[in-house]
Write a protein that binds this ligand. Structure first.
Ligand SMILES: Cc1cc2nc3c(=O)[nH]c(=O)nc-3n(C[C@H](O)[C@H](O)[C@H](O)COP(=O)(O)OP(=O)(O)OC[C@H]3O[C@@H](n4cnc5c(N)ncnc54)[C@H](O)[C@@H]3O)c2cc1C
Length: 396
């Protein structure tokens, strides 16, 4: 069977589904192919902190209103340095949203809720079609069309193929776009916790060794006994061996480790979901485009999950690609050239997050002390403080 569409999106993760909704909302005929079966992403217990530019895009395409009541506002970012010889806070800095604009900074939402909202919106967009259980196998790129062969035997002809197929992107490989990739020997351990004290819309990042331990506010929900109350999501970055050790602890030992690392700032933390670990990597594609191809999201860039950047950058890609395409033909050389102009900004952001992550991982006491000094300067020097906040929020 052969099919023709304007845009073929390869990969139905959050980025691919958002791209599908954004282009279909703009009136384009879009097909999204996802190799996994429906429901395969249900085990994703992560949350995403959406910053303002990402929320603006999700609002424009009718997805954000479907998340009412499921997001928690983030009004303050608190950085705590606990990198001394003892496990206690030795420097604390609060960054308030009103210092750089209108509060809040952003909103935290469970990935499962985002996927549900995207699926609901896509079902209401007649020009969008999502095919599960269909992987891209081969791609022929011509001057005026891309021809994709799927694992189902189907052939799809499209004016533009969007590679949203993640860090091991087949679209990237088949269009011969190289990439630089590296590892950190680090994993993020993720779970949702209930806690005794309210989070007061403060997202807290505690630095010691191995990587930051972050508590991101969530909407209230039941604790392990079923009593409603405050909840946060934990992103705990550690060297791989330590993350694997923590993930393998029995429940009581894990809860004790969690409470020690959190310094007790929110009272007693109790896990309400299973733990999961995610390997941390970095990647930047050499280009964002090839003839009739545009890469977005983790197919183009992968960063460690610090400062809520990954998916926010990806939604920035989608907004940039929609703007570059305008009313013209998707995949036209001029549109792809406009989209390619985003590359230097992405490369700089990947490099900045890489440097931050390496500083956060360090175990060497002199560098930990330097980090404390850097945090102190960031907190007390107003221009440095505002610049760091604007960069962190994806603002120019
Ligand atoms: C612990 C953690 C916390 C994070 N927190 C945040 C946060 O707070 N804020 C933020 O902005 N970002 C955050 N991120 C980053 C964010 O989660 C990722 O950027 C995002 O999940 C990646 O989405 P994606 O759609 O690019 O890739 P993926 O989710 O990997 O999706 C790619 C999809 O393509 C499919 N696929 C692959 N190959 C093919 C093929 N050949 N044919 C068809 N389909 C294919 C795959 O099955 C998959 O579904 C976090 C990341 C981690 C690890």
């Amino acid at each position: 069977m052969s099919e023709t569409c304007e845009i073929l999106v390869v990969g139905g993760g959050v980025a691919g589904l958002t791209a599908t909704a954004a282009f279909a909302d703009a009136g384009r005929r879009v097909t999204c192919v996802e190799r996994a079966a429906p429901g395969a992403a249900a085990a994703d217990t992560r949350t995403t902190a959406f910053l303002r530019p990402a929320v603006d895009l999700l609002t424009e395409i009718g997805v954000w209103p479907l998340l009412a009541g499921e997001s928690a506002p983030l009004e303050t970012m608190r950085l705590i340095d606990a990198g001394g010889r003892e496990n206690r806070a030795r420097e604390t800095g609060d960054f308030h949203a009103e210092e750089v604009g209108e509060p809040p900074f952003g909103w935290n939402v469970a990935n499962a809720a985002i996927r549900r909202a995207l699926e609901e919106r896509l079902a209401a967009l007649p020009s969008a079609q999502v095919m599960n259980g269909a992987a891209l196998d081969a791609l022929t790129l011509r001057r005026d069309v891309a021809i994709a062969r799927l694992s189902t035997g189907e052939v799809v002809r499209a004016k533009l193929v969007i590679g949203a197929d993640g860090r091991d992107s087949r679209v990237r490989a088949l269009s011969r776009i190289g990439a630089r990739r590296w590892g950190y020997g680090q994993k993020a351990l993720v779970c949702v916790v209930s806690h005794g004290r309210p989070h007061e819309a403060v997202s807290t990042e505690i630095h010691r060794v191995g990587g930051p331990f972050t508590l991101v506010p969530m909407a209230d929900g039941p604790d392990p006994d079923g009593t409603p109350g405050p909840r946060s999501s934990v992103v705990w970055m550690e060297r791989t061996a330590e993350a694997d050790r923590l993930a393998a602890l029995d429940d009581a030992a894990f809860e004790a480790a969690l409470n020690e690392r959190s310094l007790g700032i929110l009272g007693r933390l109790r896990p309400v979901t299973a733990r999961a670990t995610w390997p941390i990597a970095g990647l930047i594609a050499h280009r964002l485009t090839a003839p009739r191809v545009a890469l977005i999201a983790e197919a183009a860039h992968v960063v460690p999950p610090i400062g809520a950047q990954g998916l926010n950058m990806s939604l920035g890609d989608i907004a940039a690609l929609v703007a570059a395409t305008g009313e013209g033909e998707p995949g036209a050389p001029s549109a792809l050239a406009r989209y390619q102009r985003r590359w230097p900004e992405l490369a700089a952001r990947v490099a900045g997050i890489d440097a931050l992550n390496r500083a956060a991982m360090t175990g060497a006491q002199p560098i930990r002390d330097l980090r404390r000094f850097g945090l102190g300067a960031l907190i007390r020097v107003p221009p440095a403080r505002r610049l760091a906040m604007r960069l962190g929020l994806g603002l120019r």
